[in-house]
Design a protein. Structure first.
Length: 211
């Protein structure tokens, strides 16, 4: 009789152990099943952006096209992305994103810079000029007018960077002849091949001395 009771108790313990194991496995599977939905919900709520803003973003002050801007940016953000995404200045183009095409050229403290290779946080306190800041109201900058006169563009994608580099090229004193212009504009690629017209535009703007 005692032996029979021991067998019954042993079976109960085995059954309870099996049940506990089953519940543990079921709970784990349920948790795993819920994870994707939680991840998706977090993405929808921009949780990563909120965390970044709280712990990663830095305050940055710039003068962009004559307007003072105070912004909050992550250290990894490029000047190009800051201009395009936060300030909505989309004239500066993202071409290669590797500093090889020149489409993103802007001026920083008067010097031409490839904004796709420049971190925004490194420009704190500096003056930034983009293609949007060249014209004065409805009056085009002389270099812009020269590009239109000589048809220095076709698709127009590279044109903002070409014009910003062209202005800097003249101001740097590197536009005394066509060969020099070609050399110092070589970092700006025009896939449409409008180079002869670009050189003519820069030459005229330089001769007029209005840049």
């Amino acid at each position: 009789m005692a032996h029979h009771k021991e067998e019954i108790n042993s079976e109960k313990e085995t059954l309870q152990h099996t049940r506990r194991k089953f519940f543990k496995i079921s709970t784990a599977l349920t948790a795993v099943a819920l994870i994707p939905s939680k991840i998706l919900k977090a993405a929808e709520d921009n949780v990563d952006e909120k965390v970044a803003e709280r712990f990663e973003k830095q305050t940055l002050t710039l003068e962009v096209n004559g307007v003072q801007q105070t912004l909050s940016v992550e250290p990894r953000v490029t000047l190009l992305d800051l201009l395009r995404e936060q300030l909505k200045l989309t004239g500066s183009k993202k071409g290669c994103d590797h500093g090889q095409c020149g489409a993103c050229t802007v001026h920083v403290n008067g010097q031409r810079v490839l904004s796709c290779l420049s971190l925004a946080v490194m420009q704190n306190g500096k003056k930034i000029a983009t293609i949007e800041g060249l014209a004065k109201g409805d009056d085009l900058h002389p270099m812009q007018a020269a590009f239109i006169k000589y048809d220095g563009f076709q698709c127009g994608y590279c044109t903002p960077g070409q014009i910003m580099s062209a202005v800097a090229c003249v101001r740097e004193g590197h536009a005394d002849n066509e060969d020099e212009i070609r050399q110092y504009m070589s970092g700006n690629i025009c896939r449409c091949g409008a180079y002869p017209n670009i050189v003519k535009a820069i030459t005229e703007a330089k001769q007029k001395g209005e840049v």
